[in-house]
Design a protein around this ligand. Structure first.
Ligand code: APR
Ligand code: ZN
Ligand code: ZN
Length: 361
C-alpha cells in the first residue's frame, strides 16, 4: 500500500521550502523503499530550490542520506528489508560503454526509481538527484542503495552519499594521491575538507589547505592539513610554491568551482602535476589560459564527478575505515537538525557557518 509521509518540498524558484505530505508508492520491480534515518543539507539542494538545476518543480529535496530498507520490489537481490544502506545517486547500469569497458564508476546510464512519488493531489515530484531523502521514506532504484556496516552512525554515513564522498574521491580516486605526495586543496568547505582527509588517508606528506575563511582553515588543520593559507591575505600560488620547495604541489584540488580558483590551481601545481576540479562551476563561467602553459606544464587536468566513486566499492570500505577510527566522518557533522529546519540550514550554509547540517529523523 502506498504510504503518506512528510517531505521537504521546493514548490517554485526561490520560494522557501515547505514540509508537505507526500505519497510514496510500494516498490515496483527493481525498486526499494527506504526509511530515511539521516540526510545532510548540500549546496545542490539549494541549487534545486534556486532553479539552478532545472525547472522540474516541485522538487523533493535531500540526497545525502542513510537509512534502512523497508521493502523491495520484484527482482531485487542486492538489498533486502532491514539492510542499513547509504543512498547513492549513481546506480550503475552494467550495460553502457563505460560499464562494458570495466569502468562502472563512469557509467553513462545511471538510473533511478521508475515510479514517481507525488504530492497529496497527485502532482508528480522530481526527487533531488533521483533520491529525495528529506522525507521520512523515499522510493529509489535498488541499485541506489549500498549496504554498509549498520554500526555506523546514520548522520555520518549519509554524508558519503554526496559531498564528503566527492572530496575524498577527488583526492583518492581522481587525483590518485599517493604516499609522500604534496597536495593543495583550494576551498575548504565540506568538500574541500573531505579532500584534505582523503589526501591524508592516501599518505600525502604535505597537505596545504587554502581558503578565505580562517574558520575553515582551522578545521582543515584539525583534519590533517599540514599548512594553511588564507588567500585573502597571501597569493595562494606563491604560498603553495614556497611551501613545496619553490615547485608547486603534485596534486591541486579545486573545491570552490570558480575560474579564479581554477587558475590558481593550474599554476600552483608542479610541472607534470595534476589539477582536480571538484567544485561545480555555473554555466556562464569561462577560463582563459595560455595554451602553451597547458602544453608546457604537462601533467593532467581532470574533473571529479561524485569523486569518481563506485558506491559498491567505496562506501563499505570507507565505513570500515570510519569504524576503525581512521576516517573521522563525524567531524563533518556540524549540527543535527529536524526536518522542518532545512530552510534555516540553507541560511547557515550560505554564510559558511557549517560543514554540514544533517537532518536526523
Ligand atoms: N578562494 C578560496 N576559497 C574560497 C574562495 C576563494 N576565492 N571562495 C570561496 N571559498 C571557500 C569558502 O570559504 C568555503 O569554505 O570555499 C569553500 C566552499 O565551501 P562550501 O560553501 O561549504 O561548499 P562545499 O559543500 O564544500 O562545496 C564546494 O564543490 O560540490 C561542489 O557545488 C559544490 O561548488 C561547490 C564545491
Ligand atoms: Zn553503465
Ligand atoms: Zn550533494
Amino acid at each position: 500500500m502506498a504510504q503518506q509521509v512528510r517531505g521537504v518540498i521546493a514548490r517554485a524558484k526561490g520560494e522557501p521550502v515547505r514540509i508537505e505530505t507526500i505519497t510514496v508508492p510500494d516498490p515496483g520491480p527493481g525498486e526499494a523503499v527506504v526509511k530515511v534515518q539521516a540526510c545532510g543539507v548540500c549546496h545542490t539542494d539549494l541549487h534545486y530550490r534556486e532553479g539552478g538545476i532545472n525547472d522540474d518543480f516541485p522538487f523533493l529535496l535531500g540526497h545525502e542520506a542513510a537509512g534502512v530498507v523497508e521493502a523491495v520490489g520484484e527482482g531485487v537481490t542486492e538489498v533486502a528489508p532491514g539492510d542499513f544502506v547509504i543512498l547513492n545517486w549513481r546506480a550503475v547500469c552494467g550495460q553502457c560503454r563505460a560499464c562494458k569497458r570495466g569502468r562502472p564508476q563512469y557509467c553513462f546510464d545511471t538510473h533511478n526509481a521508475k515510479q514517481k512519488m507525488t504530492l497529496a493531489d497527485g502532482t508528480e515530484l522530481a526527487p533531488a538527484l533521483g533520491i529525495g531523502a528529506f522525507a521520512e521514506k523515499t522510493l529509489v532504484a535498488a541499485g541506489q542503495c549500498t549496504k554498509v556496516d549498520p554500526a555506523a552512525s546514520p548522520a555520518a554515513a549519509g554524508l558519503l552519499g554526496c559531498g564528503v564522498m566527492a572530496g575524498l574521491g577527488a583526492a583518492i580516486n581522481t587525483g590518485g594521491v599517493g604516499r609522500g605526495d604534496s597536495v593543495a586543496v583550494i576551498g575548504c568547505g565540506g568538500v574541500g575538507n573531505a579532500a584534505v582527509v582523503g589526501a591524508r588517508l592516501a599518505g600525502a606528506a604535505k597537505i596545504i589547505a587554502v581558503d578565505i575563511d580562517d574558520r575553515k582553515l582551522e578545521t582543515a588543520r584539525g583534519l590533517g592539513a599540514t599548512d594553511t593559507v588564507n588567500s585573502r591575505a597571501a597569493d595562494p600560488v606563491e604560498a603553495i610554491r614556497e611551501l613545496t620547495g619553490g615547485f608547486g604541489a603534485d596534486v591541486v584540488i579545486e573545491a570552490v568551482g570558480r575560474p579564479e580558483t581554477y587558475e590558481q590551481a593550474f599554476y600552483a601545481r608542479d610541472l607534470a602535476g595534476t589539477v582536480v576540479l571538484v567544485g561545480v562551476p555555473t554555466p556562464e563561467m569561462r577560463i582563459d589560459l595560455p595554451l602553451l602553459d597547458v602544453f608546457g606544464r604537462g601533467g593532467a587536468l581532470k574533473s571529479s564527478w561524485y569523486g569518481d566513486c563506485l558506491p559498491s566499492r567505496d562506501f563499505p570500505m570507507l565505513i570500515d575505515l570510519y569504524r576503525q577510527g581512521r576516517l573521522d566522518l563525524d567531524a563533518f557533522v556540524t549540527e543535527t537538525i529536524a526536518l522542518d529546519e532545512v530552510e534555516k540550514a540553507f541560511e547557515r550554509m550560505h554564510h559558511g557557518d557549517v560543514l554540514r547540517s544533517v537532518v536526523v529523523f
